[in-house]
Design a protein around this ligand. Sequence first.
Ligand SMILES: [Fe+2]
Length: 162
Amino acid sequence: MNEAIADLTEERMYIEWDEKFATGMEIVDTQHRGLIHILNGLYQSIGEGRGEAALHGIFGELQRYADYHFDTEERLLKKQAVAPRHQAEHVIRHVAYRHRVADLRARHDEGEQLIPIQVLAFISDWWLEHIQTCDRIFETLAEGAEGGKAAGAAENGPWQAR
Ligand SMILES: [Fe+2]
């Protein structure tokens, strides 16, 4: 990879918070910012040549913060009485993430040489996709809470709408 391409690739890996990520539900947005902060921490470590050394700690942080975040989301969906099939869809995606990160961590712990920038790209893609698709349901719920769109919109869920 020549230097220009490497620069371009790495530049794309830094995630700037964008209003398009916002759901309007403060607790969800705050936690998404926290996750992006962890990912940018790995990005920074890679830039400083400490990517390999940072991986183990990052896996732990990503697992702990994701557990905390998924728990918040699942409790919110339950509390807001979102249709059970949508709750289940969310849980399935959360389980898939946990398996993927646990698998990467296990491979790393067993001595497999993972490429930090690839790990970062893979995990960042998952989060950005999650925030911009499945977590749109929180936007609908936030609007409902403010007396905007009817709760029926949440019933339809983002999976039908998009
Ligand atoms: Fe989320």
